[in-house]
Design a protein around this ligand. Structure first.
Ligand SMILES: [Zn+2]
Length: 278
């Protein structure tokens, strides 16, 4: 169960701004949460929505509004990706409008927060439909647009929005959230997640520890008839991890990847690499 801002790790600047808004009871109608994927933009938006409506301003979980919010009364999350993946959907703008219309219904909580995930994917017509809403919002309705590249949003939307920036997470914070011990091989694996919690989770799920990725890497050298494209895909994950585990391998590994890219013989490239790293 998510509660107050204390649950948000590693985004102190963003939390400071949001806390001020809650304290002053001044919340912009439209806010853009800008930052890379997997750093907690959506998680923060949901917590913020619950805090806004809470009678105790901390998502206490016990007041009437919090109880109602447990069933999602005060927030609506619209996944733009989902609209794009729906087949046989001739009019994406109409689909978005229909989802947005939920904000009009009567509610038992004072605030209603509409969160649009991957907002930058909206085409201009969808953005225009949203803009109409932002210009004349129903009372108590606030919009939060989650975007990794906010510059893809129309200037008219950006000029009506406050931007709150979310930074990549530090490895320490990711390790704390995922309960990984500093200095362990898993910890080194996390370093190649580019500050993204979701990427870190995927890496851990896929490879457990760095050793497993290393084991798999050398297996590719003995595989007969392995597909080059598959190897290239694997290398995208593996090279940053291996370079973290063995810093001196970095250059040889990059040369190796270039050789694979340029169609060099794979077993031969592996033996060249082995020679170089001793
Ligand atoms: Zn409450």
């Amino acid at each position: 169960m998510t509660t107050g801002f204390a649950n948000i790790k590693g985004q102190d600047d963003a939390v400071r701004i949001l806390t001020q808004w809650v304290e002053r009871q001044q919340v912009p109608t439209c806010t853009i949460f800008a930052g890379p994927d997997g750093v907690g933009k959506g998680f923060t938006a949901e917590i913020f929505a619950r805090i806004l409506s809470c009678e105790n301003r901390n998502a206490c979980g016990m007041c009437e509004a919090c109880l109602a919010n447990r069933f999602g009364e005060g927030l609506l999350r619209i996944e733009i990706d989902e609209i794009f993946s729906e087949k046989n959907l001739s009019n994406k703008t109409a689909a978005l409008k229909e989802r947005l219309s939920v904000a009009d219904r009567r509610r038992v909580v004072p605030y209603f927060v509409v969160i649009l995930s991957r907002a930058e994917r909206m085409n201009p017509s969808m953005q225009a439909a949203l803009l109409k809403r932002v210009e004349e919002p129903p009372p108590g309705v606030h919009f939060i647009l989650l975007a990794s590249s906010p510059e893809a949003l129309l200037p008219t939307i950006r000029s009506r929005s406050h931007v709150v920036r979310f930074a990549p997470l530090s490895t320490e914070v990711i390790a704390e959230i995922l309960e990984v011990t500093k200095g362990s091989t898993e910890y080194r694996l996390l370093k190649s997640a580019d500050g993204s919690l979701s990427r870190a989770r995927n890496l851990l799920k896929k490879y457990g520890t760095g050793e497993k990725i290393e084991e798999e890497f050398w297996k590719w050298g003995t595989k007969r008839g392995g597909k080059r494209a598959e190897l290239q895909e694997f290398l995208e994950d593996a090279i940053p991890v291996l370079a973290q585990l063995h810093p001196s391998w970095k250059e040889p590994l990059l040369d190796f990847a270039r050789a694979v890219d340029s169609n060099a013989n794979v077993p031969l490239s592996f033996s060249v690499l082995k020679d170089r790293i001793g």
